[in-house]
Design a binder for this molecule. Structure first.
Ligand SMILES: *Cc1c(COP(=O)(O)O)cnc(C)c1O
Length: 474
């Protein structure tokens, strides 16, 4: 015990360390509280490890001022780094919810920047010189792109669904097929949202089969809405049947009950041209005569996080007046990014080029191969004897609960051990890449690290290569 007390006394004080010239340099470029926290954190760790006796290095080494200072420098770097930061998505999952779903093009950011840095007519009518409406800015373009009668845009699609149900079916029944009572990653469950909205769920049919007569049989004087939900992240295959939106609309009209379709992703262009089937456009959906449609802004649409509600003016007007609408309203930065994104859709070729989500989906295989080859070429210049690099065919996914059955052919760069039992294991390499200054999120497949060239941007190749270079160092 006496020894430990002796040694603990050898740990320098915070003030002593702050007097070191190196510390003076850090203070010039870092906020003082951050430098002090870094010093305290390192000294605290020293103290704890001495007391626990886990420190295997000779005490004098671990307490040398060089060691302590370099540990403080590393801690300071960690503390100074932003918590939310960019990374490289090498997973090949385009709309990756954990990695921020859709990324935005520079033209969209420029518009957002212009609005962020200035006052704007967010809720001001320039023509009349009086208070205006926030939702008015997107009304016209949404109508042009989808044929919608009216619209309101909110914080996200979960909010959109909640708001519509609360407005149209509070205390009343909503009929939904059992096959559509879905959960979307991150705890969005239709039955739970329904409950919170104050609407009463009326399930019909079975998991694999629901017929029109099931809906019809469930209609009563308490019914407020017929709801169809896009099953997004799953498909029921085999012995199945569901009721088309068209048939639900006809039933709704016959019974005088509005019909809503939660589309989930919401696609604005016909992807069949690019060999992608199975997702109707919002315009096609609205043509069925459905009363309300909701979808996300940052899934297949490729814009910022938002929830878009389109439909008949009578219902949209009620939705806008709901006090909850204020709680879930869209903010001005999102609004400006959404307007810029939607404007790209006025010209389909521009949408393909300037909306990264759509660009990555529709990307010609040849372009992906070229990018993969380029990455391979650069990696080859410094790979040691431990790892080899190959370009191979694989498949990417749309992600974000969109097009779950779609396997997009792609090219990947595979880093695999070229010797048996390399010093650095593939799992450790994956971890190092993930934790590098510019994190690279990759997959492991058959003892190889796989970088899918589809979701790696051209401007990111240099950073990717740098991260690999650092990760391979001993
Ligand atoms: C993704 C999704 C939602 C939730 O949308 P967010 O934009 O994540 O709030 C709701 N319904 C369906 C069918 C979805 O696919």
């Amino acid at each position: 015990m006496a020894d430990i007390k002796e040694t603990l006394r050898e740990i320098p004080s915070v003030d002593e360390i702050l007097k070191a010239p190196q510390c003076g340099e850090w203070l010039k470029t870092h906020p003082r509280p951050l430098v002090i926290k870094a010093v305290r954190d390192v000294l605290q760790i020293k103290r704890e490890s001495l007391i626990k006796g886990v420190n295997s290095e000779p005490v004098s080494d671990s307490l040398s001022s060089d060691t302590i200072l370099s540990e403080i420098e590393r801690t300071l770097k960690d503390l100074s780094a932003f918590r939310l930061r960019p990374l490289i998505n090498a997973t090949g999952i385009i709309i990756h919810t954990n990695l921020g779903r859709s990324i935005l093009d520079e033209c969209v950011i420029r518009n957002m920047e212009g609005i962020a840095m200035r006052y704007s007519n967010l809720e001001y009518d320039i023509e009349k010189g009086e208070r205006g409406k926030r939702h008015a800015h997107l009304e016209e373009i949404l109508s042009t792109l989808t044929g919608s009668e009216s619209s309101v845009v909110v914080n996200n699609n979960a909010a959109a669904v909640l708001l519509v149900l609360n407005t149209m079916a509070y205390g009343k029944e909503v009929i939904v097929s059992r096959g559509e009572l879905i959960e979307i990653g991150g705890s969005f469950r239709i039955p739970e949202v329904m409950e919170r909205s104050g609407a009463i769920l009326r399930e019909v049919g079975t998991t694999n089969k629901t017929h029109l007569k099931d809906y019809e049989g469930a209609v009563n004087e308490r019914t407020a809405l017929l709801l169809k939900v896009h099953t997004s992240n799953y498909r029921i295959l085999g012995f199945t049947s569901d009721v088309s939106l068209q048939d639900m609309v006809i039933l709704g009209q016959r019974k005088g009950i509005p019909v809503m379709n939660d589309l989930g992703s919401g696609c604005l262009i016909d992807l069949k041209r690019y060999g992608i089937y199975g997702e109707p456009t919002v315009k096609e959906v609205l043509k069925s005569g459905v009363d309300i449609v909701t979808f996300s802004g940052d899934k297949l649409l490729g814009g910022p996080q938002a929830g878009i509600i389109l439909g008949k003016e009578v219902y949209i007007e009620r939705i806008r007046k709901n006090p909850l609408a204020r709680a879930v309203r869209i903010d001005k930065l999102t609004l400006s990014a959404m307007e810029a994104t939607l404007r790209e859709y006025l010209d389909e070729d521009r949408a393909i080029e300037n909306i990264p989500t759509i660009r990555m989906l529709a990307q010609p295989l040849g372009d992906i191969k070229r990018r993969a080859k380029k990455i391979e070429r650069v990696l080859k210049t410094f790979l040691g004897s431990q790892f080899k690099v190959d370009v191979m065919q694989d498949s990417s996914q749309a992600g974000g609960g969109s097009l779950p059955m779609l396997n997009l052919p792609t090219f990947v760069v595979a880093l695999s051990p070229s010797v048996k039992g390399p010093r650095l294991k593939v799992n450790d390499l994956e971890e190092r890449l993930r934790k590098s200054d510019r994190p690279v999120i990759a997959r492991i497949k058959d003892d190889a690290i796989i970088f899918d060239a589809r979701t790696i941007q051209d401007e990111e190749i240099k950073e990717l290569v740098d991260s690999v270079k650092v990760a391979l160092k001993d």
